[in-house]
Write a protein that binds this ligand. Sequence first.
Ligand SMILES: [Zn+2]
Length: 126
Amino acid sequence: MNMSHIRSTNSKPEEIVRKYLFAEGFRYRKNVKKLPGCPDIVLPKYKTVIFVNGCFWHKHDCPRFVWPSSNQDYWRPKILRNVERDNQNRKELEALGWKVITVWECELKKKVRENRLSKLAAEIKS
Ligand SMILES: [Zn+2]
């Protein structure tokens, strides 16, 4: 199988969210480096940022997250550092007046995606 082909498909979680928002008429910027945590999606009009997080890397409280059974000395500090950084970024963004929304990878599974995305649109506008 050709890896470059896989990468070029628009099925990455953040692409799913971006496509939906664009179709709903939202306009956004991507990966804004000058904001804490370089948010995946920034909606200036709504003063809202969105992080699309992988359940494993960001330790989501869901069945997709399980501590790896091997190499614990490597994974544990790495993942806990991610969580700490996420919390710090959120605090800084909120202090700057941004609304911070996290969309988790598991919320974008086919069966639940539509529900999550329409909730997201409401969250942005609220
Ligand atoms: Zn999850």
